[in-house]
Ligand binder design. Structure first.
Ligand code: ATP
Ligand code: MG
Ligand code: MG
Ligand code: MG
Length: 486
């Protein structure tokens, strides 16, 4: 019998508990007091200060699962979501940390033990990468990691990786370091015989995917771009939970795991459309987009970020509108319905994430009102796109002008990627450079009015609550409460 996602998550935590790690809850997905980042985009975000030596950790060994959102800044996967089977906006990152405690040897040994002995992934399905070094920054090849890996895996499966893939950075500045990544090849024996997995690592193959990144944290990137040594060496690992579930449940897509199937079943029920799992099928893309986005938006709201007109709230509003637009166009959903998925999500995740359990009704209410107001303008937006396309064709041109595309996006909330798809259907493209420039201008504007609130709800309190952890240790978790303005 295959493990459920709940069991997979628990085994990860239990394993690291057995290696003397303190198990802590996820930090909120929304960051309130970090000027460099809007959302948690990796497990290490909440521990940044420990690496920099500004704060003392409760334990020098910690493990958890962290809610992450990659929709802005250095890590932005939004355009891939729905189009591939393993990038989400919101995902869980399982991680284990050493704060000045163990380093490469234990990190590598335990990762291997967990994957091959506990989870029993066949060794012949795994590949690992190491940092090849970088001349420009005078960084050396990670021979230490290489020598450790070769005790476990044959040398032809250890791949040199460049700075882009094997030097991890959270953002433009902050803690960073070389890393080793573990990739899993989930193809059939027949497919493997045709093309070596070696050629597919880091090559966007949907069945040869990166699952775990072990970062050997030893530098801090300063604001001026230079690297300095951290006060001590640390371990920071991040494993994509949904991808791990795909590997262990032997599925071809994250969306076929039990993390997503209850949500997909609900969309099928509400829309009367069947999910067939085809990569290029518009209806299937739309279903993937919807079940992905509802998670991102629900967790963000539960953690205190309401959709709004500026800053992080604007990012959340756009994600929601992207979901609504896809459902409108490809699932023929002209009435609010995304909000009905919240109960499914709550049922599925509420036990592990109490913030969702506590805020579920409010989350659904906010989403429903967003849907109602956006649905009023979307028809108008679609008509405008069609008109713009007609006009461009009449003018004998092939490129949609950026100002109009941007206006659609900004004023009508019409997602640019949807405009792009509709334009492409008619053999047209968008003036991408011009659009980028408009976006940059908008970002500068939105910084100024990020305080704008258009909501009926205000945050009543945000306070740390004592939380009896998964291993009965008391830790703190943040619960946001809202109050409705009458
Ligand atoms: P990829 O190359 O697939 O985009 P990454 O190198 O950007 O992944 P890391 O920053 O190394 O990812 O994050 C650690 C782990 O988190 C990855 O190995 C992967 O399993 C998982 N992960 C990263 N981005 C996503 C995402 N958008 N959706 C789901 N899982 C993700
Ligand atoms: Mg990535
Ligand atoms: Mg990668
Ligand atoms: Mg990576």
């Amino acid at each position: 019998t295959k493990m459920t996602s709940q069991e997979i998550r628990q085994q990860f935590l239990d394993f690291f508990k057995s290696k003397e790690h303190l198990i802590v809850p996820s930090a909120p997905i929304v960051l309130k007091d970090d000027p460099t980042l809007m959302f948690s985009n990796s497990g290490m975000t909440q521990f940044k200060d420990y690496f920099l030596g500004y704060k003392e950790p409760k334990s020098s060994r910690i493990a958890d699962t962290q809610k992450c959102l990659r929709v802005s800044g250095k890590h932005n996967d939004l355009d891939d979501v729905g189009r591939d089977t393993y990038h989400h906006t919101m995902f869980e990152m399982l991680g284990n940390w050493s704060f000045g405690d163990y380093f490469k040897k234990e990190a590598i040994t335990w990762a291997w033990e967990l994957l091959t002995e506990v989870y029993k992934i066949p060794k012949e399905n795994l590949y690992v990468t190491i940092f090849e070094g970088d001349e420009k920054e005078s960084l050396e090849r990670d021979n230490e990691a290489y020598d450790l890996w070769k005790q476990f895996i044959s040398e032809d499966r250890i791949i040199n990786g460049n700075k882009k893939d094997n030097f991890w950075e959270m953002g433009a500045s902050g803690p960073c370091g070389p890393c080793s990544e573990i990739h899993v090849d989930l193809r059939s024996a027949e497919e493997k015989a045709k093309v070596s997995g070696l050629d597919l690592v880091n090559n966007d193959h949907p069945q040869v995917v990166e699952i775990w990144n072990l970062v050997f944290m030893q530098f801090n990137r300063k604001a001026d771009g230079t690297l300095e040594n951290l006060p001590a060496k640390h371990i920071d690992t991040g494993m994509g939970f949904e991808r791990l579930c795909m590997a262990l449940q032997q599925k071809e897509s994250n969306y076929d795991t039990d993390v997503f199937t209850p949500l997909i079943a609900k969309v099928e029920e509400l829309s009367g459309k069947k999910y067939t799992g085809i990569l290029t099928d518009e209806k299937d893309i739309a279903i993937r987009v919807v079940v992905d986005h509802i998670r991102a938006v629900s967790f963000a709201i539960a953690d205190g970020q309401l959709p709004s007109n500026g800053g992080a709230g604007y990012v959340i509003r756009r994600i929601l509108r992207r979901g609504i637009s896809y459902a409108y166009r490809f699932l023929d959903r002209k009435e609010p319905f995304l909000f009905e998925l919240v109960a499914v999500l709550q049922n599925q995740m509420g036990k592990f994430f109490p913030e969702l359990e506590k805020q579920g009704n409010l989350v659904a209410e906010v989403i429903k009102s967003e849907e109602e107001s956006f649905l009023k303008t979307i028809e108008n937006g679609l008509l405008r796109v069609e008109k713009l396309i007609q006009q461009t064709i009449t003018d004998g041109k092939k490129v949609l002008p950026s100002e109009e595309v941007f206006e659609l996006y900004d004023t009508y909330g019409f997602p640019d990627d949807l405009t792009r798809i509709i334009a492409e259907e008619k053999g047209l493209t968008i003036d991408e450079t011009g659009f980028e420039a408009e976006m940059t201008k908008q970002k500068q504007r939105s910084k100024k009015d990020s305080a704008a609130k258009v909501y009926d709800w205000v945050i009543l309190e945000e306070k740390p609550e004592t939380f009896v952890g998964y291993d009965q240790l008391e830790t703190e978790t943040y619960i946001t409460r809202y109050r409705k303005i009458e």
